[in-house]
Design a protein around this ligand. Structure first.
Ligand SMILES: [Zn+2]
Ligand SMILES: [Zn+2]
Length: 290
């Protein structure tokens, strides 16, 4: 291989590595780098997050899922539930709501059984499903918290040094599905995961999120799709970084997305409008946020 070509391959590999793994802060000129938060994608809205010596799971302990959305592979599902490396000693586990593409009571109970360190936080509806697992629930129930604040209110708790605030963000104004906004701190950064929220800019406003100066917002893709939701992201969430989630497989034959030119086009437009947005393609793909 000619030297020039080798050099250009090396350079492109370096560039590839930087763009695929490390996410530069959107406001690098104004703010110094923060201690790193590492985000690993599991499936759908499920993530494994580490930083500052802490480990967190959000919407990661589920089983069957809902088609067509991604589920965790059998290998990692087993590692997660058995609390085996890298998912050993997880400090805090959370589920935004009880839907089976986010939560499975036996998966959570099995993880808690193998990991006495972890606390699990979710909604009352998830808690009710949890109770139904019987003996395993009885064993771990002291480490299960149901939290469902009223709109505009927050429930705060700290576990293993991680500060968590639980917010009420609805999953469709007229649907009886409890859904949480999970606002927590890892390595000095503020992370906000909103589950399957359909809350509007007005709904978010009462939570005064701007005062939080959110570093990383985990948003379902529909927040970057229509004008009202985009306004909520720009005016009420205003995160340094956006992680898109709940993205169906790219070949999914979705009329709504097809009308907009297909997934590649839709994601390209989202990135053009919100350059601080990233998304994941592979299970256990990692992105580092400073
Ligand atoms: Zn969902
Ligand atoms: Zn849902």
């Amino acid at each position: 291989m000619p030297r020039k070509l080798i050099l250009s391959v090396v350079i492109s590999l370096i560039v590839l590595d930087l763009t695929s793994c490390r996410v530069p802060p959107a406001t690098a000129a104004k703010e110094p780098n923060k201690p790193a938060v590492e985000v690993f994608y599991l499936a759908n809205e499920g993530f494994f997050i580490t930083g500052g010596g802490k480990k967190v799971l959000v919407d990661a302990l589920f089983r069957e899922g809902i088609k067509p959305y991604a589920v965790v592979s059998p290998t990692n599902k087993e590692r997660l539930e058995q609390a085996r490396d890298p998912f050993s000693d997880v400090d805090l586990t959370m589920a935004s709501h009880f839907h089976s593409d986010h939560f499975d009571p036996l998966a959570v109970a099995t993880h808690l059984h193998h990991n006495p360190r972890a606390l699990f936080v979710s909604t009352n509806q998830a808690f009710d499903k949890f109770k139904a697992v019987g003996a395993l629930f009885e064993e771990v129930k002291t480490r299960v918290r149901a939290a469902m604040p009223n709109e505009g209110e927050r429930i705060k708790l700290t576990h293993n040094g991680i500060h968590l605030q639980v917010l009420h963000v609805h999953h469709g104004r007229n649907r009886p599905i409890e859904n949480l906004g999970l606002l927590f701190e890892i390595a000095g950064q503020k992370l906000f995961h909103i589950g399957d929220s359909e809350a509007t800019a007005e709904d978010f406003k009462i939570n005064n999120l701007l005062a939080e100066r959110i570093d990383i917002a985990f948003l379902p893709f529909w927040y970057l799709l229509d004008e009202g939701n985009k306004q909520a992201v720009r005016a009420q969430i205003k995160a340094r970084h956006i992680i898109l989630m709940h993205i169906p497989p790219p070949d999914e034959n979705d009329e709504y997305i097809k009308k907009r030119g297909g997934w590649a086009t839709v994601l390209g437009k989202m990135k053009a409008e919100f350059p601080n947005t990233v998304w994941f393609r592979q299970e256990m793909e990692k992105k580092v946020f400073n």
